[in-house]
Structure formats: C-alpha cells, structure tokens
Design a protein around this ligand. Structure first.
Ligand code: UDX
Length: 430
C-alpha cells in the first residue's frame, strides 16, 4: 500500500517507519525543512529505540522517503495519515490550526480517491471538521473518506508498541475505508476494533484519562502509606493482583509527565466543559499530579532542613527513561521548585541534557552520574534510567557531603543503600 504520513514528530515518524517496516511504501511529509534535511541525511531528530534501525532498513529497501512537498505526498499515495502536532493553548485546548491547514492542502491537491486518516490526538469530532475542510477545498470534487486510527504508542518503546499493540482501533464510516485500513494492518497480529469515527476518538481520550487516573490514584495512596507506615509497592502489588484492576500503571512516583497525559487530560477536561459536563474527577487527577512534585520537594525540605545553598544532585531529566523528551517532565518542575528555595542544582541525564540546557540555563550539567554527587547534600533520582541501578554506591557515598538519597521512582535497592550507610527516602514507604 502507498501511504503518506503528514507530520514527522514522535507519532508520525514512528508510524511511517513502522508501516515501511511491514512492507508499505511510505512518504513522510513535514514543512520543517531542517527536519527533512536531517532525515534525508540519515539523521533521526529524536531518540527512540530501534527507530534508526528500521528507518535505515526501509531506506535501503526504498520503502521510505522524506519531503517537504505536500502536493507530492498527496498525489502519490491513496492513504494519507494526518500526524501533525496539536500543541496546547493557554486554555488547555489543543491548537488545531496545523490539522486544519493540512486538511485544506489535501483538499486542494488530491486528484483521485483518497482515504484520510486522523492519527494525531485531537478532540472528539475533529474528524468531522477534517471532512468539512477537505470538502470545502476539494474543487475537483474528488471522492474521499475520513477515518480515525488513534495511536497508543509509549515513547521509549514506540516501535515495539506499534508492531505488537494490545489493540488496533479503527473508526470508519463505510466498508471501503474499513477494508483499506484492515489491509494496511494485516501484517500486525492484534485484536482490531472497528467503530464509528466519534467512538474511536473517544477511545483515545478515555484510555489516556484512565491511565493518568491510575497513576494519580496510586500516588495519592503513596501519601497515605507514608503517613501510616505502609509500603505503596506492597499495596500496589496486592491491589494489582485483582484481575479487574491489573498490575500496570500502579507505580507510585513523582508524577506523570510527557506530552500526552498532561496535554490530553487538559484537553479532555476542556472538551467535557464545552459539552456541558464538569469532569471534576479528571481535574483532581491533574491536581494530584501537580501536588506530587511539591510533596517530593517538601519531603526533601523536611530531611535537609533548609534548602537554601544546599547542593542537590538530580539523576534523570527526561519524563521517563529511554527518551530524550523533557516535555512536561516532572524533573523540570522539581528543579524549578528547588531553585525557588535557593538550592544549587547539579544534574545528569543520559539523553536529555541538550534539550534541558535550552530551557534551564542556571544549573550545573554533569558528564556522568558521579560528578552529580561531588559535594552534594543529597541526590534525587527522578527518572529511572537503567544506568542508575548499577552505579558504584560506595564511591558515591565517598563523593557526597551527606549520604542522602531521594528515590522518586522507588527504583534503587533500598536495603543495599541502607546497609552502605545511606539515608534512603523512597515514595510511599517508611
Ligand atoms: C502515554 C500512553 O501510555 C500512550 O498509550 C499514549 O499514546 C501516549 O501517552 P507516554 O507518554 O509515552 O505514553 O508514556 P507512559 O509510559 O505512558 O508514561 C507516562 C508518564 O507516566 C511517565 O512520566 C511515567 O513515568 C509515568 N508513569 C507511568 C508513572 O508515574 N507510573 C506508572 O505506573 C506508569
């Protein structure tokens, strides 16, 4: 199948690369010339495991190409996926002007039947707007269908998630569009759910909201655990063994981040409001998430007494491991809260330092996790990169001014650290 993907961000690029990997011929279009230049030179502008390998392989097989030419992309594929960004506005609503712009260009350039698939996460009913916009610009009166095919990719494992998904959701209005999408996904073994356009859009909203709710729920429980002497990991295990609840997304920590949960939740709350429903449950989910970072800093303050002029080491800046993405990363908020108290920050991350340097200038960036510890009054682990599990903690203890560790992800070996003489503070435990 010939497929054009419009937008080469995390979602678009992964989708394009994976479609090429399963044998389709893919054109990736983006209006960012710098990005397309890099991609043509074989440089992948984001860090995502396996993505570079499959793009290289697809290039060798001549199954993927990159261009800024929208007309070329529209004219040369029957199926067009819209995967452009929908950044949040001040109000929490997503900015849909990129989606509109792409839809109008598709309408202008298409000259025979096209299936246009909404892939970006957008408010429910956007597919209808895409259809209306394409129709308005479709002066040649070309036949077309609109479909919705939400993505459920996690950064850091996006390629694996794409190739081995829990489910594929396809929202269509007729058999013709359904058959094309079934053909495209044929090589992937997964349950396929066919729905109408609006239900498919709502599945995406509801899934992300539910996952964020699970995280905020366990984070709220972690506070009760700290106050009662229970252990949140034990509690999560006991709760998660119930098949109706399940063990996933019950890891307490410093809160969720990334470009999906915070943004999608804000958008869903806003959409509900516009529909006349005050989704207070989700407002509280977001509120608990904000408070979790403040609570973490307060805990540091309780242990260290005054934060002013304390040297605080930060391990991990990305919003989760295996990505260089720092959008809405808890580490950024925590660093800002600590700076406000007058603390001096030293930070290290295996992949996300370049991006963080662009927005936080007045902290010390270290070349490795050990330099972070030199003369530090404490170290706080914010992102659970595998690298941090196997450090030489005896060496770390000798480097630090005070052997205090705050483990924001319950990731380190607490017993081992205590035996080595560290003061260890996890989340939701004594
Ligand atoms: C998420 C959804 O999982 C994915 O289906 C959707 O398409 C996009 O949004 P992503 O943001 O890449 O994916 O990462 P995810 O692995 O879901 O983690 C999001 C955040 O939640 C991270 O900051 C992570 O640290 C945090 N998290 C996750 C927890 O704090 N506890 C958990 O148990 C799980």
């Amino acid at each position: 199948m010939e497929i054009t993907i419009i937008g080469t961000g995390y979602v678009g690029l992964t989708t394009g690369a994976c479609f090429a990997h399963i044998g389709h011929k893919v054109i990736c279009v983006d209006n960012d010339e710098r990005k397309i230049d890099l991609l043509n030179k074989g440089i992948i502008p984001i860090y995502e495991p396996k993505l570079d390998e499959i793009i290289e392989e697809a290039k060798r097989k001549n199954l993927i190409s990159f261009t800024t030419d929208m007309a070329y992309g529209v004219k040369n594929s029957k199926v067009l996926f819209i995967a452009v960004g929908t950044p949040p506005k001040e109000t929490g609503e997503p900015d849909l002007s990129y989606v509109e712009n792409v839809a109008s260009q598709i309408g202008e350039h298409m000259d025979s039947y096209r299936l246009i698939v909404e892939k970006s996460t957008v408010p429910v009913k956007t597919a209808q707007w895409i259809r209306t916009t394409i129709a308005r610009f479709n002066k040649k009166n070309v036949d077309f269908d609109v479909a919705v095919n939400p993505e459920f990719l996690r950064e850091g494992s996006a390629v694996d998630d794409f190739l081995n998904p829990d489910r594929i959701v396809i929202g269509v209005e007729n058999k013709r569009a359904e058959e094309i999408l079934l053909e495209i996904y044929k090589p992937i073994k997964a349950p396929i759910l066919i729905t109408d356009l609006t239900s498919a859009e709502l599945i995406k909203h509801a899934s992300n909201a539910f996952l964020a709710m699970k995280i905020s729920f366990i984070n709220a429980i972690s506070i009760i655990c700290e106050k009662t002497g229970a252990d949140v990991e034990m509690v999560a295990k006991g709760v998660g063994l119930d098949k109706r609840i399940g063990p996933h997304f019950l890891k307490a920590g410093v809160g969720y981040g990334g470009f999906c949960f915070p943004k999608d939740l804000a958008a869903f709350i806003k959409i509900a409001e516009e529909l006349g429903y005050d989704f207070r449950l989700l407002k509280e989910v977001a509120n608990i998430n904000e408070k979790q970072k403040e609570y973490f800093v307060k805990k540091m303050e309780r242990v260290l007494w005054n934060l002013k002029d304390k040297i605080i080491g930060i391990w991990g800046l990305s919003f989760k491991p295996n990505t260089d993405d720092i959008r809405f990363a808890p580490a950024l908020d925590i660093i800002n809260l600590l700076k406000k108290e007058g603390a001096k920050i030293k930070a290290y991350d295996p992949k996300a330092m370049e991006k963080t340097k662009e927005i936080i200038k007045d902290i010390t960036y270290c070349d490795n996790p050990y330099d972070v510890c030199k003369d530090a009054d404490c170290v706080a682990l914010i992102t659970e990169w595998e690298e941090f599990a196997n450090l030489d903690f005896e060496k770390i203890k000798s480097l630090m001014r005070q052997p205090i560790i705050f483990d924001g992800r319950n990731f380190l070996d607490k017993e081992k650290l205590i035996n080595l003489g560290f003061h260890y503070y996890g989340i939701g435990k004594k």
